[in-house]
Design a protein around this ligand. Structure first.
Ligand SMILES: *[C@@H]1O[C@H](CO)[C@@H](O)[C@H](O)[C@H]1NC(C)=O
Ligand SMILES: *[C@@H]1O[C@H](CO)[C@@H](O)[C@H](O)[C@H]1NC(C)=O
Ligand SMILES: *[C@@H]1O[C@H](CO)[C@@H](O)[C@H](O)[C@H]1NC(C)=O
Ligand SMILES: *[C@@H]1O[C@H](CO)[C@@H](O)[C@H](O)[C@H]1NC(C)=O
Ligand SMILES: [Zn+2]
Length: 966
């Protein structure tokens, strides 16, 4: 699965959304359950409803994992989704399924996953069991029931199923086609003023069992024969190619029946089926793999699928070469869905996307939107082999699957858009972001023990940024250390050895080891691949490497943002790592080294008086670097007098390291601030992005204090040359910069300049916005710049500008355009307008429920809006969180959003008071984390404020000329 929208658009939010979906459907299905319960003959009611394990030995159906007695071979499934509500107003689907399985160990019990399905009875039982090959026949069913807590259909038999024999289990069932984004669910959209319903699926991780009874664990691979019955005007899609649909008449309705070719042997979580009225565009008939892009008819007519179609073929080719393995299927369908919880899902042969992850419209979409499409497609296509052809045996190894796809998504996107330099963006998007999380004492190791991951909640929680981004970072580090050629050779044999099968992560290490051993010349690794990787995989966190260039002494230490935090989790490696040290001395790249102990001395790393030393080139190692003060001074001097001698990514790295080391009290805060001085001459994107992200905390802490003025003055001074640079190279803002990252940096320049009050910037954006207001059907603002220009236009404008934006929002037909306006409307500087905007959040006709918490957070990001949002949330808490669509609002994200600036004792007390008021309602809201954050802010502000104020004041008062000299 890929990427939701969450802090940065590349981190995964899937877990949270999955559980939200689950909540909603539990409510919706209570009707079905009520019927189910009264019908059930129920021999042991307590056992059947247990969700918490009781003390003592558990019955097999009280355990979340399947026993090892049965193994599925194939399924024959027929499903009929109803796209209109029944008399009770419920959308349902009916279905039947026959699964053939082999008995591996004698047993009198069949456990098969089923969730929220209502079974038809056969002679009083929920399933029929047959023996393959007739005699002796299968034992009769003694009892059958649904085990709600562990999501099983339980079938107890009178006799024994014999090891080695094959059997069939047949069921017929009804399920709800809910709008809960999980399992077989429904989605809706408007077309020509008409509401359209479609049926689609999201099985990962544990929702296939909501569509039909199945052995719903990734290692339980089988072949699936699917048939869909669907309304005449719709088309049915699934993993495999379909046979020609036939007409069927059921209860005097004419329907279509579409049968699909058998799938490859595959996991249940990769199944997908869709019934819809979409249109498609396809690859040319001579392309070896049929590629189709499906979407709403209007989106296809407008050409929004073209970019995806253009890039899918080349990316697929890239991966065939990268893996040395042909694409395993005959076709690749990709479909954009109006309602979708994650960013996208790698169902084998039918990849599902949210619209913004697949569709691209040059008239509305920015280059960031385009990059998102390219990387998400690349991520999903990478899974077609890694994840789908070869699958993790159990969810505890999810990090390898997702970390890998995240890493190579940058390689695939780079092949499709070679001018973008996108591999460098991996560092700022994944590595820097996840280092922030992994440097907390509350982090966790990449790898989990199989036994610790049992129930669907535990599985859902694995979809986090550690899994995706840290996974990507350490695989990139490994590929770099053993070279890409050796890495891909190991991948090739791994995929070949385990195709259509499943693995544990050490299987990959073993194949890579074989490739390493074959490599010539040797790679000089200090130990085995597994030995190198274990400390990175099995313990949380990462080291800070300290280099003393006077002595050549290097040491490592577990890096924690909070130096006083206590790490109560023991580690088998004592928080030491095997660290690849790449480095350069005064611009010359030196032979890489390994740090395999806590400390070592390497006299090559001492430097002369004219030298400087830089460690962790290209940021390919997952660690931070600290130096002795002298070397820091030399690096700062190099940045100040000729920054381009230091590679771009390392310029970003120096900023990122310095700011984080300062937070950990390992260097002075002023040293961190000094790494931003060279920006006055910097034109590249990643150093600016890194500085802006790190300074954001300073803005949050100080934008309501006397530090704000000097800080803004400094920022204006730094960014004005960048602003003028873009004005020049775009011929007075009439052209789009050629380079992808320049396009980003142009947005950065305008955003920082306008935010900090550069007059020329405010005039520019105000005029653009006004030109648009004069003729709303002629928007002169380049899509790249819209987010930031809308924000600035609304901030400098008043009611007229805001109301115009509101109208444009209401009429926006492109999702990404609506999103841009939604965030820009929170930029207003008029308190009453912000309050009105917040109040719109209570009215679903104005702001959709799914967007309410986002809007509250947008308002809270605005320094003026923050106290308003805090008051609003407190005043409307009951309504928002109890009456207003439970599950539509992310409690924690709102609480966190409105309190991010809290840094005074007064605010701390207000928080405590609010927690008290909520009483038991505050439970599970993680108030503790917010209180701790506020505490930390108070401490940080009180010990740094004076120093920071005087630094900014002094810098701001220096004449511009001095900054321009050199
Ligand atoms: C199915 O029905 C439609 C219209 O009802 C008809 O045009 C079509 O020929 C039929 N197809 C088959 C295979 O009978
Ligand atoms: C799957 O892999 C296991 C080893 O992990 C092996 O024993 C088994 O034979 C493989 N199955 C197939 C069908 O290749
Ligand atoms: C940009 O505008 C300025 C005056 O506003 C003008 O002097 C200059 O020639 C323009 N540059 C270009 C490339 O159009
Ligand atoms: C507004 O812009 C549209 C599209 O460019 C144009 O056709 C129309 O004439 C403009 N209207 C006015 C009043 O300028
Ligand atoms: Zn993924």
């Amino acid at each position: 699965m890929a990427a939701g929208f969450y802090i940065s658009r590349v981190l995964a939010i899937v877990g949270a959304l999955v559980s939200v979906g689950a909540l909603a459907s539990i409510i919706a299905l209570s009707v079905l359950y009520a019927q189910e319960k009264t019908k059930n003959h129920d021999p042991s009611p307590t056992a059947h409803t247990t969700t918490t394990p009781s003390p003592g030995p558990l019955e097999p159906w009280q355990r979340y994992r399947l026993p090892d007695t049965l193994a599925p071979v194939f399924y024959n499934i027929t499903l009929w989704p109803r796209l209109e509500p029944d008399q009770q107003g419920l959308f349902i689907f009916t279905g039947n399924s026959t699964v053939q399985f082999v008995c591996v160990k004698d047993t009198d019990l069949i456990l098969i996953h089923a969730n929220k399905l209502n079974f038809t009875l056969f002679q009083g039982h929920k399933a029929q069991v047959l023996a393959l090959g007739g005699a002796p026949p299968a034992p009769a069913v003694r009892d059958s029931w649904v085990e709600v807590g562990t999501e099983y259909l339980v079938v107890q038999l009178e006799g024994i199923l014999e090891a080695g024999r094959s059997y069939l289990l047949h069921t017929e069932f009804v399920g709800e086609l809910a709008d809960d984004l999980g399992g077989f669910y429904r989605s809706k959209y408007k077309e020509n003023g008409q509401e359209k319903i479609l049926a689609t699926t999201q099985m990962q991780p544990t929702n296939a069992r909501k569509a039909f009874p199945c052995f719903d664990e990734p290692a339980m691979k089988a072949v699936f024969h699917l048939t869909l019955i669907h309304p005449f005007e719709t088309v049915a899609l699934s993993n495999a190619i379909n046979y020609d649909p036939v007409n069927v008449t059921i209860k005097r309705q004419t329907l279509k029946e579409t049968r699909f070719q058998p799938t490859e042997k595959m996991s249940t979580y990769l199944l997908a089926f869709v019934v819809c009225e979409f249109a498609y565009i396809r690859s040319t008939p001579d392309s070896p793999v049929l590629i189709r892009i499906w979407a709403r008819k209007q989106a296809i007519e407008e050409g929004q699928g073209k970019y995806a179609l253009e890039k899918t073929g080349p990316i697929l080719n890239y991966f065939q070469n990268y893996y040395s393995s042909p694409y395993p299927l005959k076709k690749s369908d990709q479909i954009a869905l109006p309602d979708f919880s994650a960013g996208a899902m790698e169902n084998w042969g039918l990849i599902t996307y949210r619209e913004t992850a697949l569709l691209y419209d040059p008239a509305f979409s920015s280059n960031a939107d385009k990059e998102f499409v390219a990387t998400v497609i690349s991520h999903e296509l990478a899974h077609m082999w890694f994840g789908n052809l070869v699958t993790m045996r159990w969810w505890n190894d999810l990090w390898l699957n997702e970390g890998f796809a995240t890493y190579v998504s940058y390689l695939g996107a780079d092949s499709a858009e070679p001018t973008w330099n996108i591999k460098d963006l991996l560092v700022v998007n994944e590595v820097h972001e996840v280092m922030g999380v992994d440097a907390l004492s509350t982090s966790h190791p990449l790898s989990s023990k199989e036994d610790d991951i049992q129930d669907p909640n535990q599985i859902g929680r694995l979809f986090d940024s550690i899994t995706y981004s840290k996974g990507a970072a350490i695989l990139r580090m490994l590929s770099d250390c053993i070279t890409e050629g050796v890495f891909t050779e190991g991948l090739r044999t791994y995929l070949d050895t385990f195709k259509y099968n499943s693995t544990v992560y050490t299987d990959l290490w073993k194949q890579l080891q074989v490739a390493v051993d074959k490599a010539s010349p040797g790679l000089g690794l200090p130990t085995s691949v597994e030995g190198i990787m274990n400390p990175w995989v099995l313990q949380m966190g990462f080291p800070v490497i300290t280099v003393d260039t006077r002595t050549g002494h290097i040491s490592q230490q577990h890096f924690l943002l909070d130096p006083e935090a206590e790490v109560d989790k023991p580690s088998p490696f004592n928080y030491e790592w095997i660290v690849p040290i790449s480095w350069m001395k005064t611009g010359i790249i030196k032979n890489p080294l390994w740090l395999t102990t806590k400390e070592a001395t390497n006299t090559n790393m001492t430097i002369g008086s004219a030298d400087w030393l830089l460690v962790n080139l290209k940021t390919s190692g997952f660690y931070r670097v600290n130096y002795d003060q002298e070397n820091w001074e030399r690096l700062l001097a190099k940045l100040d007098n000729n920054h381009q001698e230091i590679p771009e990514i390392n310029r970003a790295q120096l900023i990122s390291d310095a700011f984080n080391l300062a937070r950990a009290k390992l260097v002075n805060t002023t040293l961190a601030l000094r790494t931003t001085r060279f920006l006055v001459r910097e034109r590249a994107y990643t150093p600016w992005l890194t500085a802006s992200r790190n300074l954001n905390y300073y803005f949050l802490m100080f934008d309501r204090s006397p530090v704000y003025g000097p800080m803004q003055a400094y920022m204006v001074k730094q960014v004005e040359p960048l602003f003028n640079h873009f004005k020049d190279i775009t011929a007075n803002w009439t052209k789009i910069p050629e380079k992808h990252t320049d396009q980003y940096n142009q947005v950065m320049a305008i955003r920082l300049a306008c935010q900090n009050g550069l007059k020329a910037c405010e005039d520019l954006t105000y005029n653009w916005f006004n030109a648009w207001m004069k003729n709303s059907s002629n928007n002169p603002i380049s899509p790249n710049l819209r987010s930031t220009v809308y924000c600035s236009g609304i901030a400098t404008g008043g009611q007229r500008e805001w109301d115009f934006a509101w109208n444009m929002y209401k009429n926006a037909s492109v999702a990404s355009e609506a999103e841009k306006l939604l965030s820009a409307m929170a930029c207003s500087r008029q308190p009453w307008i912000l309050i009105r905007y917040l109040e719109y959040c209570l009215d679903p006709k104005r702001i959709r429920k799914q967007d309410a918490s986002t809007v509250i957070n947008y308002v809270a990001e605005n320094a003026l809006g923050q106290p308003l949002a805090w008051d609003f949330v407190r005043a409307n808490w009951d309504y928002l969180f109890n009456d207003y669509g439970k599950g539509s609002i992310s409690f924690y994200s709102v609480l966190h959003g409105v309190t991010r600036r809290f840094a005074t004792e007064f605010e701390f007390k207000e928080l405590l008071r609010f927690q008290e008021e909520l009483g038991s309602n505050a439970m599970g809201l993680d108030f503790q984390q917010v209180l701790e954050q506020t505490r930390a802010n108070i401490k940080w502000v009180s010990s740094h404020k004076d120093q920071i104020l005087s630094w900014f004041t002094e810098e701001a008062s220096k004449p511009k000329a001095q900054l321009y000299s050199h």
